[in-house]
Design a protein around this ligand. Structure first.
Ligand code: NI
Length: 172
């Protein structure tokens, strides 16, 4: 299977992902491909929609202290949340070259998911990974971090994005 990172405004990024009903060889292979792509693009998280697949699959590795701490989440879902981060800077492999402050992410989340071995898991965190989990689960619902910008910042994004795309076309 050959995949590429889907870049905004690719319509697949707006699709709602479907539940994974069976963890078969194909799902394991996709998780491995997602992991490899996340590392090769130096991301800290990747959702399946970002490689064009509408399945509820997410990989995350924040590389704490430069060491790999890979999470592979199947059907992740936020079941509880509390508090807010007033502002948090985010970026996305599907919006390359643009970073901005997202307001009002939840501070703490409790996320249930299935791991690649089929075990039910729950992660509860109010650390930075909480924001990454929210960002990736947003992808599964067709939402991008730029959708969560304030109206003013969203206008800035639209202008900047035109510039970024133009520069990219010229570089090709
Ligand atoms: Ni993203």
């Amino acid at each position: 299977m050959k995949f590429e990172i889907k870049v905004y405004p690719d319509p697949v990024l707006r699709k709602k992902a479907e539940d994974v009903r069976e963890i078969n060889d194909e799902i394991i292979e996709i998780l491995d491909i997602m992991k490899d792509m996340m590392y090769s693009y130096k991301g800290i998280g990747l959702a399946a929609e970002q490689i064009g697949l509408t399945k509820k699959l997410v990989v995350i590795d924040l590389m704490p202290d430069g060491k790999s701490e890979l999470m592979q989440l199947i059907n992740p879902e936020i079941i509880e949340s509390e508090g807010i981060y007033e502002e948090h800077e985010e970026g996305c492999l599907s919006v390359p070259g643009y970073y901005d402050v997202v307001r009002n992410r939840k501070k703490g989340v409790k996320v249930k998911y299935i791991d690649r071995d089929g075990n039910d898991r729950v992660i509860e965190t109010d650390d930075f990974i909480s924001v990454v989990l929210q960002h990736e689960i947003d992808h599964l619902n067709g939402t991008l971090f730029v959708d969560r910008l304030s109206p003013i910042r969203r206008n800035v994004f639209k202008k900047e994005w035109k510039k970024i795309q133009k520069e990219r076309q010229e570089a090709q």
